[in-house]
Design a binder for this molecule. Structure first.
Ligand SMILES: *[C@@H]1O[C@H](CO)[C@@H](O)[C@H](O)[C@H]1NC(C)=O
Ligand SMILES: *[C@@H]1O[C@H](CO)[C@@H](O)[C@H](O)[C@H]1NC(C)=O
Ligand SMILES: *[C@@H]1O[C@H](CO)[C@@H](O)[C@H](O)[C@H]1NC(C)=O
Ligand SMILES: *[C@@H]1O[C@H](CO)[C@@H](O)[C@H](O)[C@H]1NC(C)=O
Ligand SMILES: *[C@@H]1O[C@H](CO)[C@@H](O)[C@H](O)[C@H]1NC(C)=O
Ligand SMILES: *[C@@H]1O[C@H](CO)[C@@H](O)[C@H](O)[C@H]1NC(C)=O
Ligand SMILES: *[C@@H]1O[C@H](CO)[C@@H](O)[C@H](O)[C@H]1NC(C)=O
Ligand SMILES: *[C@@H]1O[C@H](CO)[C@@H](O)[C@H](O)[C@H]1NC(C)=O
Length: 507
């Protein structure tokens, strides 16, 4: 099929009749787990929930390649985004915290927006795309963009409240930050439309929404979708049986809000927040998520108004999952399924209009090669083992073959990781998700300049059998019946992500 590329002037390995350059609308949400109507079913993150109100994301999903089982490479904003935006994993970017910048510690890697810019696109960013701040991203990675970056102002947000519903009247003159970002997206699209339509200059517009990240601040009217009487507690309020301590995160992010710190919550394993607080937080998260959904709709619908809907690729992802009291855990900083599983979808006009759902294991590093191929840009080569000096390469694989056949032979595992410091020692939790299992090893990690795990210095091992235990309540790593499984998964984890690639990708 790759031969078709030549026939079509590098348009795509698929038969695209018209070879004009498509625009890209690149949408990002912060901390959004796949709690979206379109994700409901076997791989939904929580089995107990009120129906979600996400009509806009559902509509986008219905004309997209919907990745039902996409996993982030690390469940924290900057590492996850850096990995996705460079197409490389945290062990290559060397970004596993909110402080380091990949161009200083990993390499001078080409990012997705930068690649489109290099290919003659207008490349415009707004809101949260890279992690903000000079240290983390040199203030939004200036080299990636062709126009000034837009941030917006955080109205009604403070450390006082972990969540707050703001009366819609108050917001008329003082919009929330994500509304400012959506409005800026509309004016940007309007400005760029003429040159895009005439074929003079296509655009890559990246719009990063801040919600449903803490604090959950949203217009009060969104509460109506979630009557408090319909909100349920998680059905597993306890840490997994036999869970190693290293797996745990004491959710300091949530506890830093004054309403939560006033409860004297310690974040200790198996200590739960009061039930009414858990219900309120779940309800506020759902409401903030629906608020983000409405803004996604506003921006996507502008494409139709401008007559650009058939010429613009639309991608959407949430940068990682979130724990909403399951296991009595909160926030994202773990290797559990709820933290690593996140929503991702790609609408490619003319190719995915009828909607394609795949349950193959996919990864966030796959988005860069996918967008490049969908837009007809030069394909990215697979990175060699050491790629610090290579500007452009990929550690994921293009998802385009799944458009043709969602059941195509595919990578058979996805990989994520999470660092901790335990009793003064730096460790890394490496996790592999196969069709049936999640397997994790927490091991000593040697930092700069080698950045290597020391597999023989272990701080804990976990095995969850998703066929029997989809909520990850029982760590079976020491169960005699799983001895062979543990042995095999440990081997695959140590070899790493390349072993999971299908043979077509290895050559
Ligand atoms: C990084 O790479 C870009 C091209 O992608 C180049 O313009 C820039 O000068 C490089 N920066 C450094 C510090 O080498
Ligand atoms: C947490 O509670 C569960 C259920 O009671 C128990 O099995 C588990 O051992 C506890 N974990 C820790 C670390 O105390
Ligand atoms: C939290 O601790 C403070 C100081 O010890 C105490 O005054 C307060 O009553 C405690 N609050 C709760 C909810 O336990
Ligand atoms: C976009 O494509 C759809 C389906 O092919 C078609 O119905 C619609 O009219 C097209 N819109 C424009 C603006 O060309
Ligand atoms: C993919 O496989 C699933 C499960 O085996 C099956 O239900 C579905 O029809 C297949 N889809 C395609 C497009 O072949
Ligand atoms: C840290 O060290 C203390 C004291 O040796 C020990 O009790 C504790 O379990 C250690 N913490 C972890 C997470 O291993
Ligand atoms: C772990 O393995 C390394 C070599 O990979 C070796 O140098 C070291 O001694 C081993 N440590 C332990 C505690 O076995
Ligand atoms: C994935 O496929 C490779 C061969 O390409 C094989 O070595 C590996 O065991 C498979 N992994 C799983 C989890 O089936």
């Amino acid at each position: 099929m790759r031969l078709l590329l030549i026939l079509c002037g590098l348009c795509s390995r698929l038969l695209v009749t018209k070879c004009s350059r498509k625009n890209v609308l690149f949408l990002v949400s912060d901390d959004m787990r796949p709690q979206i109507g379109a994700y409901e079913g076997q791989y939904f993150p929580s089995s107990i929930h009120p129906p979600m109100f996400t009509p806009n994301l559902d509509a986008l999903a219905s004309k997209s390649l919907l990745l039902k089982r996409a996993y982030v490479q690390q469940a924290l904003c900057s590492p996850s985004r850096t990995s996705l935006l460079t197409g490389r994993r945290p062990d290559t970017t060397h970004v596993t915290d909110l402080v380091h910048y990949f161009r200083r510690v990993g390499g001078n890697f080409t990012t997705i927006p930068e690649y489109f810019k290099m290919n003659g696109y207008e490349s415009v960013g707004m809101g949260k795309i890279f992690h903000p701040g000079y240290l983390a991203s040199d203030n939004d990675d200036p080299i990636s963009w062709t126009m000034p970056y837009f941030h917006g102002t955080r109205n009604f947000e403070s450390k006082a409240n972990s969540w707050k519903a703001i009366s819609d009247d108050l917001l008329k003159n003082k919009p929330l930050i994500d509304k400012q970002i959506a409005d800026h997206a509309l004016s940007t699209l309007q400005k760029l439309a003429p040159a895009a339509k005439s074929g003079q200059k296509p655009f890559f517009v990246a719009v990063g929404f801040h919600k449903p990240h803490l604090p959950f601040v949203f217009p009060e009217s969104f509460l109506q979708h979630y009557p408090i009487s319909e909100i349920r507690l998680p059905n597993n309020e306890y840490a997994p049986i036999n869970m190693p301590k290293a797996a745990w995160f004491d959710y300091t992010g949530l506890r830093s809000y004054h309403d939560i710190s006033a409860l004297n919550a310690t974040g200790a394993i198996n200590s739960t927040l009061p039930r009414d607080v858990v219900l309120d937080l779940r309800r506020a998260y759902y409401s903030a998520l629906s608020w983000t959904d409405s803004l996604v709709g506003l921006v996507v619908n502008e494409l139709s108004k401008l007559g650009l809907e058939n010429d613009t690729i639309v991608s959407f992802f949430g940068d990682h999952g979130w724990q909403l009291g399951e296991h009595s855990e909160w926030c994202k900083q773990t290797n559990f399924e709820l933290a690593t599983h996140a929503p991702m979808m790609v609408h490619i006009p003319g190719l995915t209009d009828k909607g394609i759902v795949t349950e193959q294991l996919t990864e966030f590093v796959d988005l860069f090669p996918t967008l490049a191929e969908a837009a007809g840009l030069d394909l990215l080569p697979l990175c060699p083992d050491h790629s610090a000096s290579i500007g452009l390469c990929r550690e994921g694989m293009s998802l385009i073959p799944l458009v043709q056949n969602p059941n195509a032979t595919w990578k058979n595992a996805s990989f994520s990781q999470y660092p901790r410091v335990i009793n003064g020692t730096s460790i890394m939790g490496y996790t592999i998700r196969t069709d049936r299992y999640r397997y994790t090893e927490w091991v000593k990690f040697i930092g700069a300049p080698t950045y290597k795990p020391q597999w023989n210095v272990s701080f804990g091992v976990e095995l969850y059998d998703h066929q029997k235990d989809p909520d990850e309540n029982f760590n079976g790593a020491f169960d005699p019946s799983y001895v062979q499984t543990v042995k095999q998964l440990s081997y695959l984890l140590h070899v790493g992500w390349r072993i999971a690639l299908p043979s077509s990708e290895k050559s």
